[in-house]
Design a protein around this ligand. Structure first.
Ligand code: G1P
Length: 301
């Protein structure tokens, strides 16, 4: 464990990216959904960048059969680099060089799709006895301070597991884990319990766990013996609920615009808003959007 002035540093992250991506068929049939781009950047790269910008040095991506292209993406591309050098395309060259050098990325395959908890358990020997971050591939957050950094800052204060949360509409809580918590201070709750994918009636609050976590290594002992939960899968949420009975676990409402890019609506919102945030695209795209929205063609008549 790395320590600086008694603070345990979070330096490793697990990115589970083994899911089947059934919500994006047929696009995700032969191509991992994590490679779907937000304009010109695969979503998995946005997640890796968030981890790196938060101070993470080593990343383990949990993949599965047919997802080898993610490894190619983060590998060096000598032929492409040479071609860009010859053409003096410095900007493009810098972009692709950065992709392959920004972090130490490791890969392991989940043998069967047995759930998020099972995927995280594949990271046990990579993590060892350190606290670590988990960044789920479907959740992209745009924020001034990277979302995982906000959670690490909380971890450094409380030295305990921190779940990245935001309040969602009641009708959407069934997509997530809901938090049963006790108010500690603004945006911070001590977790008493968690329910994975509750119905609107079962949900203990509208506070949803949104795919970002800092977790202590005690979780692995729990994941090793926990029974399958919702959907017959080993649920990380169930293990975190158990962890909350033996250690302190906090739910932190992070700041930032979060996109559920695992859903079509969320994916479209991300593309449109990222385009509007980009200086090189903004003006033309804005003009185009206002023209198209007023056009009779798209009014459903
Ligand atoms: C997973 C977790 C769930 C969490 C969600 C956030 O669900 O199991 O607890 O709220 O990520 O995106 P999934 O989206 O894989 O169904």
């Amino acid at each position: 464990m790395k320590r600086g002035a008694n603070i345990i540093m979070v330096k490793k992250a697990i990115i589970p990216a083994a899911g089947l991506g059934t919500r994006f068929l047929p696009a995700s049939k032969a191509m991992p959904k994590e490679m779907l781009p937000i304009i010109d950047k695969p979503t998995i790269q946005l997640i890796v960048e968030e981890a790196v910008d938060s101070g993470i040095e080593d990343i383990l991506i949990i993949t599965s059969r047919g997802k080898g292209i993610m490894e190619d993406h983060f590998d060096k591309s000598p032929e492409l680099e040479r071609a860009l050098e010859i053409r003096h395309e410095k900007k493009a060259l810098d972009i692709i060089k950065e992709v392959s050098t920004s972090a130490n990325i490791h890969y392991i395959r989940q043998r069967e799709p047995k759930g998020l908890g099972d995927a995280v358990l594949y990271g046990k020997s990579f993590i060892g006895n350190e606290p670590f971050a988990v960044l789920v591939g479907d959740d992209v957050v745009d924020s001034k301070t990277p979302c995982t950094r906000q959670l690490i800052d909380m971890f450094e204060k409380y030295n305990a597991t921190i779940l990245g949360c935001q309040v969602v509409d009641r009708q959407n809580i069934s997509k997530y884990a809901s938090v049963d918590g006790v108010y500690v201070k603004e945006n911070l709750y001590r977790v008493k319990g968690l329910i994975e994918k509750p119905s609107a009636k079962e949900a203990t609050s509208n506070q949803a766990v949104l795919g970002k976590y800092i977790i202590t290594p005690t979780i692995f002992e729990i994941l090793e013996r926990i029974n399958p939960g919702v959907g017959g899968e080993i649920q990380l949420t169930d293990a975190l609920g158990e962890l909350a009975r033996v250690e302190e676990v906090y739910a932190y409402n992070f700041k930032g615009r979060r996109y559920d890019i695992g859903s079509k609506q969320g994916y479209l919102e991300a593309i449109v808003e990222y385009a509007l945030k980009r200086e090189d695209l903004r003006d033309d795209f804005k003009r185009y959007l206002s023209k198209i929205i007023d056009s009779d063609l798209y009014k459903g008549n």
